[in-house]
Design a protein around this ligand. Structure first.
Ligand code: ADP
Ligand code: ZN
Length: 722
């Protein structure tokens, strides 16, 4: 290479810049380097010059010297292509995507050791039952406080207490210490015939080392995890790396446990809670190829695996795979693109695939593998609708008589029930009965939600909280505030009133905020210490409770009200997923759906247990509306703390909209959350047919405009909901 290098710097505001490679320094494409930028030093990656042809040419004599090459493997070529593709497709600066690959640089600097702990073997004189159990579960394992807490099923504080008592000792571990290697032959399961066929097909694809996207479409409880574990085993045997993407941290703990049972050790866990040194260790092990199986949230997708041979996206329909700030990418789609570029299979696993994914199957682009029945002969639950118009709950109550009866029956049999309502807190709205005052968030266009457990009102969008007030701030009337509508806490109150002896558990992100809390919850349900669970979408997936035989959906219409593009699909998925929690053991399950729209397509398809009809009808609706997967959308969100500025910029952008055949621009209009975290938001919606190069159109359109620095203009290509 010449003595010049084009460097993509970790600064989204800048494009790539050219530097001189000083004598004696060796760089190649992908080298991670430190470069001077003004008085600062900044990390960047040496890139192919022809990929960024527009860089302003600087005379050799004005070039500054690169400072050093970072001691890390160069960013692999396919990852550089993926970064470019992502930046192009989602209209983001390449540096913003690169940042995810280098994990905000923290992997490259900072502490060189990680502190882990392990049992000393000392036995304390007195110990609580909980601690004794945790100690037994942990055994002679060594790990981070969090990992040990997870394995022990206790909170971090318990582990810290044990450390103080010298029952655990600290071990300093170099960031270069390798992770244990999963053993593909540790404990292979006996697969059913259908499972074995599915596993064989995917293992073949892994061995073929070619691009092969799969939809693993199996009803809840069919054993999708067991099946894709065999694909992982095949990749490990072939010495390839594997990435498993999970939609939610809450699902990590049960995953780690199952993985350890199957492969003899836990995989490398990548998540936002890692400390810098832990992150550095994981990053280095991934980049060197030592880390063989990595499990993580969507951000693990851009890490520099040199040798990736398989990606699994579990619960691939989940909305959380779509990133809603920074680079607005969809991890499911980028995962498939990574498989295409690097030539390996990608498995999308789901019991309720997205319409888009089903459509790819119909077009013949993705292979579909079906697991049509539950493992071990468990039946799918019976689903019944409850018409709230003809069978309403008592005044001031939310559980209708048929559901009350079903819970009675379930309690009598000593079985467990789950009531699902996707609303945290006690009530979504608090108002003054005297003057009509409503508590609104000062930063957002949103009502404050009452949380009785913590005696507070909270905004679920920005986190603003106030102590629960006793009197109306407007008319000063005492005790005039009333809660409107239900949240899970209110349903829990109703349950307590109806079944005073029932043991209940509320399962939301407020109550299960740590992996240890979630583990405690799971253990108490498994031990039969809970009769009725009241939960949000947090309990709709992953859990396997054999004695849970009844699911009640408190308000199936909630998701339909917004009326957005995915309302029907989301409702369908949510109810199917929560229904999937019922009757997973030997006892059959029942599901009751409370609705005011019993004749809607979604509810009908659910009650008739006919998902195919739902997919057919919904796909046809999308086709007629030219909505995804047929047509495409993009959104431009303009926001500013200054209301006038936001409105003006939105108008300016709206006025400059290009006229292109097959493309229409709607708005600007106030965005659905017109004020969010104190920023005023306007939105333009672009609807185009597949023939239009929507990215090119937007790039050219916005490229010609300028706005004040406090104004943000974010583009969301393929927005998830609007
Ligand atoms: P899904 O992810 O499709 O909902 P899981 O993989 O969680 O299903 O499997 C459901 C339950 O059935 C789990 O408890 C799992 O351990 C069990 N299971 C599935 N397949 C097998 C098998 N081949 N052998 C033993 N247990 C199995
Ligand atoms: Zn707010």
């Amino acid at each position: 290479m010449s003595s010049r290098a084009r460097v993509l710097l970790l600064n989204a505001a800048l494009g790539p810049l050219d530097y001189r490679v000083p004598h004696g320094m060796r760089v190649e494409h992908g080298s991670i380097v430190v470069a001077p930028l003004g008085p600062r030093q900044i990390v960047g990656v040496v890139w192919e010059e022809d990929r960024f042809p527009d860089v302003e040419s600087v005379g050799d004599n004005r070039l500054r010297n690169l400072l050093e090459v970072v001691d890390a493997p160069p960013l692999p070529e396919p990852l550089r292509r993926l970064i470019e593709w992502t930046a192009d497709y989602y209209l983001s600066p390449p540096a913003a995507v690169l940042r995810m690959a280098l994990s905000s640089m923290s992997a490259l600097e900072g502490a060189r050791t990680v502190i882990e702990y392990r049992a000393t073997g000392a036995v304390p004189d007195r110990m609580t039952e909980q601690r004794a159990q945790a100690l037994e579960r942990i055994g002679d394992r060594q790990g981070l406080i969090r990992e040990l807490a997870m394995i022990g099923g206790v909170s971090d504080a318990v582990i810290r207490g044990l450390i103080k008592q010298d029952i655990f000792e600290a071990m300093e571990v170099s960031v270069d210490t390798p992770f244990p290697l999963p053993d593909p032959d540790h404990a292979p399961p006996a697969l059913s015939e259908a499972q074995a066929a599915a596993a064989g097909q995917m293992a073949d694809a892994v061995r073929a080392q070619d691009f092969a996207p799969f939809l693993l479409d199996g009803v809840t409880g069919s054993g999708k995890t067991e099946v894709y574990f065999e694909a992982i085993a095949a990749a490990v045997r072939a010495d390839r790396q594997v990435l498993v993407l999970l939609p939610e941290i809450a699902l990590t703990e049960p995953f780690l446990e199952r993985f350890e049972k199957r492969f003899g050790c836990v995989p490398v866990n990548w998540h936002s809670g890692l400390r810098q040194s832990e992150r550095r260790r994981a990053w280095r092990a991934i980049a060197s190829g030592q880390a063989q199986v990595v499990v993580g949230a969507r951000s693990a997708l851009f890490l520099p695996y040199p040798n990736l041979g398989l990606i699994i996206v579990d619960e691939a329909h989940e909305a959380s795979f779509k990133q809603e700030d920074g680079v607005h990418y969809h991890a499911r789609d980028v995962a498939v693109m990574r498989g295409l570029i690097e030539k390996f299979p990608v498995i999308l696993a789901s019991a309720t695939p997205a319409i888009e994914t089903r459509h790819q199957v119909e077009l013949g682009r993705y292979a579909e593998i079906r697991l049509p029945s539950r493992y071990g002969g468990a039946e799918m639950p019976d689903i019944h609708g409850i018409n709230l118009l003809t069978d309403p709950p008592e005044r001031g109550r939310w559980i209708a008589p048929p559901l009350v009866k079903a819970i009675d029956e379930t309690m009598a049999k000593g079985e467990q029930s789950l009531l699902f309502l996707n609303r945290r807190g006690y009530a979504p709205l608090t108002l003054c009965r005297h003057c009509g005052y409503r508590f609104q968030c000062p930063n957002c266009t949103a009502w404050m939600v009452e949380h009785r457990l913590t005696h507070r009102l909270a905004c679920h969008h920005c986190g603003h909280v106030i102590p629960a007030p006793r009197r109306c701030p407007e008319c000063k009337e005492e005790d005039s505030l009333v809660a409107c509508g239900p949240g899970v806490e209110r349903i829990a109150d109703e349950v307590k009133a109806l079944w005073p002896d029932a043991r209940t558990a509320i399962a939301t992100s407020d109550t299960l905020w740590s992996p240890a809390r979630a583990a405690d919850f799971v253990k108490s349900v498994e031990a039969g210490d809970v009769d009725i669970i009241i939960g949000t979408q947090l309990v709709t997936k992953g859990y396997h409770f054999p004695n849970l035989t009844l699911v009640g959906v408190i308000d199936a219409d909630l998701g339909l009200e917004g009326g957005d593009l995915r309302a029907a699909e989301r409702t369908f998925q949510q109810v199917m997923q929560v229904a999937g929690r019922a009757g997973r053991g030997e006892k059959p399950g029942r599901v009751f759906i409370q609705t005011r729209m019993p004749e809607s397509e979604v509810i009908q398809a659910l009650v008739d247990a006919d998902p195919e009809r739902f997919y057919a009808v919904e796909t046809e609706n999308r086709r007629r509306a030219n909505a995804p997967p047929f047509g495409r959308f993009a959104a431009i969100i303009i926001s500013s703390e200054d209301a006038d500025e936001a409105a003006q910029t939105a108008r300016l952008i709206g006025k400059s909209a290009p006229v292109i055949e097959g493309m229409r621009v709607y708005g600007p209009a106030p965005a659905p959350l017109a004020v969010l975290r104190g920023r005023h938001r306007h939105r333009l919606l672009i609807h185009a047919s597949r023939q239009v190069d929507i990215q090119a159109a937007i790039r050219e359109w916005l490229g010609n405009l300028t706005w004040k620095s406090g104004t943000r203009v974010a583009v969301d290509v393929d927005p998830y909901s609007f």
